[in-house]
Design a protein. Sequence first.
Length: 297
Amino acid sequence: MSARLIDGKRISEVFRSDVARRVAEFRSATGVIPKLAAVLTGDDPASAVYVKNKHAACEQAGLGTEVIRLPRETTEAELLAVVHRLNTDPAVHGILVQLPVPPQIQPQRVLDAVTPLKDVDCFHPENVGRLAQGRPRFLPCTPAGVQRMLIQEQIATAGKHVVILGRSDIVGKPLALMLMQKGKGANATVTVCHSQTSNLAEVTRSADILVAAIGVPRFVTADMVRPGAVVIDVGINRVEGRLCGDVDFEAVREVASAITPVPGGVGPMTISLLLENTLTAAALQTSGAPGAGNTGG
Ligand SMILES: NC(=O)c1ccc[n+]([C@@H]2O[C@H](COP(=O)([O-])OP(=O)(O)OC[C@H]3O[C@@H](n4cnc5c(N)ncnc54)[C@H](OP(=O)(O)O)[C@@H]3O)[C@@H](O)[C@H]2O)c1
């Protein structure tokens, strides 16, 4: 039996047209154009592609967008100065600092400097704390993209065992926080695995829903998946010039009941959430604006 394909591209197209409709409503109600500023430091080719895609998606959704490109030699103080300028610019509602930054810059210091109301990546400790307490201001883009996908595909999480491979601040940890909350698309029993986990395959085989976010090409093999499990592949790896995920897709699709491809799975969802968060940020910063999605305040 071959698994049902979860088409992230299609799901995100529907989602993005809904965001575009809400952006248009917001613009006509307030006269404000929600705007995202992305800061790209250095010349990492993958980062340049990500920023280009985010910029294009913003334009398509009717959001304002600006890319600030800084050279590889940029100092931490110079990058912080740019972030401070964006923090105080009333025309900018969301700030995205594209990672990785060059080695002379400590990423955490820069991410902490983004004002929480413009923190559309949901990396600031205040926003992560709110997420942990179940009262998010912004939803972290990739984890929320995974959750939206599950909801859209009517894959129940309540009472299910979700196993997440990876404990990063960007994917694994916030996804675990989201799926263990009370509420729609959550109420799961969550296990988080990492490089020190013992008996990894035994743990992954106990998953109803297995999420791979480790950055190791085709790491999850068919024998690590319980027949009928749902498999979500967050990984984006380049092998011999081609993109692949953290899951051995061809073998695992014969065991799983549903699976996301790479590319065309979680990736497009991440950008969609960024668009929604920019609209949410604009609503939070515009007095009298209609609510734009998530809870704020
Ligand atoms: N689709 C998207 O939009 C999107 C967004 C973000 C990231 N990604 C992709 O997702 C992947 C993960 O990204 P990330 O930023 O979360 O990575 P990361 O910060 O490098 O974290 C990787 C995690 O995987 C764990 N790990 C590594 N090797 C392992 C192994 N052999 N067994 C068990 N656990 C292992 C690490 O464990 P330790 O903590 O013990 O080191 C760590 O917790 C990457 O391929 C990245 O490109 C995709």
